[in-house]
Design a protein around this ligand. Structure first.
Ligand code: SAM
Ligand code: DTB
Ligand code: SF4
Length: 335
């Protein structure tokens, strides 16, 4: 039986320890994840985040999972950076549907300089003034851009490590793991919270999943939010033919993330279209406390808001009416 102090936050996890957690009997794993969850979070409610693709398609990167890569034949159209008014309209609508966080995604290798970046800063200010948490994912940033986004009131920057350092090169060749870590360090230094997670189902081994979890859990502070995605297999991308992920593997991934990063928000991100209500319920039991609300992620489908409201009502759970208070994700030391 696994035993840990559920209140403790550590960032010195070893692969051996993580493997022992990940592979524990599911009953023990979920019990421990629930104990850790309850020591740090309210149970019974989840945060809802809305996603909007503000610049779509034609990305020069070769991420093998991504329908927006110019290297794929997924047939995603190319849309230039949206206008400020359209984005604010979408944010107001998301808020009226119960979202407390609004995340704007752009298919860029790195955030541009000049008018487009200034427009993004206006979007950040505008969404912030609606009283929502504001998140962006724009690709790599320079240190100055991270500081400018912080100045505009950005709450969080999403930049995923996606997989283990060892498997990464099989998925993306146009940028390195180290470059991802560098952007994350600029974001953290600028005082913006980090949203960082990954994808399962790309052909990686369990050891790669454990390697990813370790890379996330040795960051100090831990990422404030950790999106766990299951690959959405899009025709025309190199990974379209991957086997589907066993839902219980997703549950293990979420439970382990919850145990390693107790104070972080763990987001049940892409892939919910292929999960039953029961599997999603298990993910909540395993410590997921955030979802994307709305019928589209960036370019692929997501359950619609009505389906999610009815799922939560069946589970007797609610959407958080406000963004949760920020927890301290720094280490509390050793036992
Ligand atoms: N271009 C920026 C970047 O890569 O950081 C931001 C947008 S990118 C689409 C955001 C994240 O979406 C990726 O890091 C990846 O983890 C996730 N993603 C993209 N395509 C996906 C897919 N088919 N299935 C699951 N997650 C996906
Ligand atoms: C994250 O980890 N998942 C979201 C968000 N961060 C930006 C994106 C999922 C994208 C799924 C594929 C698509 O819809 O294009
Ligand atoms: Fe571009 Fe981001 Fe898609 Fe990679 S994941 S191809 S960087 S939009």
């Amino acid at each position: 039986m696994l035993e840990f102090n559920p209140g403790l936050i550590r960032y010195d996890w070893t692969e051996g320890e993580i493997e022992a957690i990940y592979t524990a009997p599911l009953t023990d794993l979920v019990f421990l994840a629930q104990s850790v969850h309850r020591a740090h979070h309210e149970s019974g409610s989840v945060q809802s985040c809305a996603l909007l693709s503000i610049k779509t398609g034609g990305c020069p990167e070769d991420c093998a999972y991504c329908p927006q890569s110019a290297h794929s034949n997924a047939g995603v159209g190319r849309d230039p950076l949206m206008e400020l008014d359209e984005v604010l309209e979408a944010a107001r609508k998301a808020k009226s549907h119960g979202a407390t966080r609004f995340c704007m995604g752009a298919a860029w290798r790195s955030a541009p300089q000049g008018e487009e970046f200034d427009r993004v800063l206006d979007m950040v200010r505008g969404v912030g003034s609606l009283g929502m948490e504001v998140c962006c994912t724009l690709g790599m940033l320079s240190e100055d851009q991270a500081v400018a986004l912080a100045g505009a009131g950005l709450t969080a920057y999403n930049h995923n490590l996606d997989t283990s350092p060892e498997f990464y090169g099989k998925i993306i060749t146009t940028r390195t793991y180290q470059e991802r870590l560098e952007t994350l360090s600029y974001v953290r230094r600028a005082g913006v919270t980090v949203c960082c997670g990954g994808i399962i189902g790309m052909g990686e081994t369990r050891q790669d999943r454990i390697g990813l979890l370790r890379q996330l859990a040795i960051q100090n502070p831990h990422p404030d939010s950790v999106p766990i995605n299951t690959l959405v297999r899009v025709a025309g991308t190199p990974l379209a033919g991957q086997d589907s992920v066993e839902p219980l593997e997703f549950v293990r991934m979420i439970a382990t993330a919850r145990i390693l990063m107790p104070a972080s928000m763990v987001r049940l991100a892409a892939g919910r279209m292929s999960l039953s209500d029961e599997a999603q319920a298990l993910c909540f039991l395993a410590g997921a406390n955030s979802i994307f609300l709305g019928d589209k992620l960036l370019t692929t489908p997501n359950p619609d808001a009505d389906a999610d409201h009815s799922l939560l009502s069946k589970l007797g759970m609610t959407l958080m009416s406000e963004a949760p208070p920020r927890q301290d994700t720094r280490s509390t030391g050793e036992d």
